[in-house]
Write a protein of this length. Structure first.
Length: 175
């Protein structure tokens, strides 16, 4: 998805338990970018964002996206100044993004919008949420209503997660 030569602006965005219009445009890795002519609501590839980090670190309308093979580590000191950090799931079976999300939320204390992009499907929604994602850009061919319902697939958890650090009573104690 983000590797095409064009900018991408799908509309199936779930945020705050609702489907909303997506004002954010994902800029492809191979796209030309100029800080002087940059617009608003852009998600830049990690390398591009890092190249312009000094100028962008306090922007409220320019975020960053990481591919599945790019660690969030370079963002550790700067992540609190980034409004949106998106993590690409290039294929359903690539789970590295879950670990990146937990790292950003639990170790780097990122409090901004953490967005899942790419091959984002309804049957993984609950697990994205558990790892700390706060918004989800659903594939255009997927049913956004079904994906929204997937955020609440389970009523109890076996373990703590980024979305609930201290569960009231873990399920294994209710036995």
């Amino acid at each position: 998805m983000p590797n095409s030569s064009n900018s991408i602006k799908p509309s199936n965005l779930i945020k705050d338990q609702q489907i909303i219009d997506n004002p954010w445009q994902i800029i492809a890795k191979d796209a030309e970018f100029s800080i002087e002519t940059a617009g608003d609501h852009l998600l830049l590839p990690l390398a591009t964002w890092l190249q312009h980090a000094e100028q962008l670190k306090n922007s409220k309308t320019i975020g960053v996206w990481l591919d599945s093979d790019e660690s969030p580590e370079p963002l550790q000191a700067l992540c609190q100044s980034i409004p949106v950090i998106a993590i690409n799931f290039p294929v359903f079976a690539d789970g590295r993004g879950y670990s990146y999300a937990r790292t950003l939320r639990d170790y780097y204390a990122y409090t901004g919008d953490l967005r899942a992009i790419g091959d984002v499907l309804h049957d993984q929604m609950y697990f994205y949420k558990r790892c700390g994602f706060s918004s989800y850009l659903i594939r255009e061919d997927a049913n956004a209503e079904k994906a929204l319902a997937g955020l609440n697939d389970f009523s109890a958890n076996y373990q703590v997660g980024s979305d609930q650090a201290n569960p009231d009573t873990p399920i294994f104690q209710k036995r």
